[in-house]
Design a protein around this ligand. Sequence first.
Ligand SMILES: NC(=O)c1ccc[n+]([C@@H]2O[C@H](COP(=O)([O-])OP(=O)(O)OC[C@H]3O[C@@H](n4cnc5c(N)ncnc54)[C@H](OP(=O)(O)O)[C@@H]3O)[C@@H](O)[C@H]2O)c1
Length: 261
Amino acid sequence: MIGLDQLFSVAGKVALVTGGGRGIGLMMTEALVASGAKVYIASRKREVCEKVAAELGGDDRCIGLGADLSTEEGVVALANELKQREDQLHILVNNSGVAWGAPLEKFPWRAWDTVLDLNLTAPFVLTRELLPLLERAGTPEDPARVVNIGSMLGTVTVSWTAYSYGASKAGLHHITRVFANELADRNITVNAIAPGPFATEMTAHASETDESKEAIANQIPLKRWGTSEDAAGLVLFLCSRAGAYVSGAIVPLDGGATAKA
Ligand SMILES: NC(=O)c1ccc[n+]([C@@H]2O[C@H](COP(=O)([O-])OP(=O)(O)OC[C@H]3O[C@@H](n4cnc5c(N)ncnc54)[C@H](OP(=O)(O)O)[C@@H]3O)[C@@H](O)[C@H]2O)c1
């Protein structure tokens, strides 16, 4: 049995975290970098990604790239940039996402295209485009890892008026299991993390005041919001030797909210 430090280590691995410049993506990026991976982060605001990457060590520790993943061209361009820079990709975290809330009667057509393109189509196409790099990185003992960031709203039948968002995450959970089934032969595991509430820009409207934060916390069985430690612990488990035998799992990271629903 290897030591615990090795069991949860990602040292020497190359990772890509979409949307790694802020929010949950940043929490996971910090953990992967601290545990020894070389991490690319990419989103529309290239300057934010570059700044964060420099703060996390730059060069062989963290590299910031620009990418608009709401279009096929943007997704393919990011994959091509990775292919030019690396022969192997051990970890792909499909984290970039967008939410849209509106009352049922006013929920617009555009809220479906916008949300599904980024939250569901982009992870599918990016994974497909990066398969050659993932295949080269994976071995039977230490497979390459794809981690899709879903949501508890993709599992529970509560909308919080984010109708297309919940549907996009349910679709992402489904494609996670399909890919886990189809890519095991290529030494690639595919799992999803399904977070409950984390205080980020996406949830800023609900975490503005102590009262609104508490109201959300009170809906969660463990009575609190998620933290960077919660995100760090799970992504390190799924991407290290510790999680090498786990594939096709939709792991709730929600203080018990899915179980309650
Ligand atoms: N916060 C929560 O409570 C919660 C709960 C469940 C699931 N999630 C999921 O967790 C993931 C991260 O969300 P978050 O809470 O950290 O939200 P966030 O702070 O708003 O982060 C969203 C990230 O996505 C990137 N992004 C947005 N549009 C993009 C585009 N067109 N192309 C590329 N990147 C784009 C953003 O960077 P740019 O603006 O630079 O493009 C940003 O880095 C999402 O998939 C979200 O659905 C969050």
